[in-house]
Design a protein around this ligand. Sequence first.
Ligand code: NBP
Length: 481
Amino acid sequence: MAARAQIGVTGLAVMGRNLARNFARHGYTVAVHNRSYAKTASLVADHGDEGDFVASESMADFVASIERPRKVVIMVKAGAATDAVIAELVPLLETGDIIIDAGNAHFPDTRRREAELKEHGLHFVGTGVSGGEEGALNGPSIMPGGAPESYVTLGPILEDISAKVDGVPCCTYVGPDGAGHFVKMVHNGIEYADMQLIAEAYDLLKQGLGATAAEIGEIFAEWNTGDLESFLIEITADVLAHVDAETGSAFVDVVLDRAEQKGTGRWTVQNGLDLGVPITGIAEATFARALSGSVPQRQAAVGVLPAHTETWSVADRDAFVEDVRLALYASKVVAYSQGFDQIAAASEEFGWDIDRGAMARIWRGGCIIRARFLNRITEAYERDAQLPLLLSDEYFTGAVGNGVPAWRRIVAAAALHGVPTPAFASSLAYYDGVRAERLPANLIQAQRDFFGAHTYHRVDKAGVFHTEWTGDRTETAEGDA
Ligand code: NBP
């Protein structure tokens, strides 16, 4: 078979099929392959007129149909399937060829695969792809990692098929080995936080105002014309306005209140713990989903645990709606600030040198967390690429600072009226924690020294100290005889 395809895609379920069509629509000749031939055949039968597809039944024919250095995109179920496809591909590929894993791999797997394939002289590009099936077809946000050399030939093709915002592609080289899949993981973690915050805002409006889903939908639609403008706010307005055809009720009112998770939120939180980065917004969002699914516990508690709350009747509707909006914006900035801290910490830990401003730029379009305010994040990192805390950028100190009184009113009112707002409340606690001149960690250090001789530092002199708690309580400095 003559090698004439510029890129190949193996794995043609919804994502791979749409990505292959996207390449073809951009004028690339695309080699296509799937473990079972039916998906390949149906892609060509249904969409063969959209571009130039080269369909192969065997992996050997598929590989042979791609020009060198070959670029092979794997879009299969993340995990064992990815390893199986790699094992099949490796003997067929040649030095300098590039394997692009565009599935949702866990970044440690990507690091392992990249190291193994380097031994074979192959490039392995772990690539985050966000935007779901619609994004894959019409322009996703693309986060490729791997060796920088691979980006020279691969980058332009990926940039070509990515989403564009103001003519700028939502794709850039992220960093070595697992960096691409890492930032995709954090992107998904931020998505969890964003969705939980929106859900809490909806609950506050529902409980505080007694508003219907349709009325709340109108509030979200209005919010989508300002600073909060984003894909998630937009679809929230849409979902809230939707009426269930069967019952005539608001659609959200007939949906069971148990949220599921596929694992990327969990990975993000686990990694936050590993790196010691307080990503409390993402963690609370992940745990809130877990709580919603804790059926026996909820059944044991409903109507049994006393609430001691008062009836909530908000006097000034417009002022309350504005308070919720400001609290939502502030909490959202905290979630992003924490996510970007996590990227910075991992970049340092793994030597990735990730440009955080560029990540905000490629998340402006194509992906689930696309939002107007990502421009502000890019600008913040343009002002200072080493910014230690996004919240401390001059724009965000103002934008969040203005909303602090509203934020406090909302979190306090929610607590008084028994409305759970774990993400709003933990974000405010983080804000107050990170800005505190002195935290009660002094007491924790003293306790640790008491029971475990873990030592402590003093505020008034340098050195490491320990007090003889069980003896005469004299203090010794480490290094003292
Ligand atoms: P799935 O995750 O449902 O995977 C189905 C594909 O994997 C089929 O092509 C299937 O081949 C293939 N496959 C499996 Br399963 N085991 C295999 C094996 N041992 N060897 C070879 N192929 C195997 O597809 P998807 O929903 O299109 O997602 C693809 C990737 O993209 C996943 O990693 C996913 O996490 C990621 N992703 C998905 C979305 C989304 O919105 N769905 C968004 C972003 C990223 P078969 O047809 O022969 O069974």
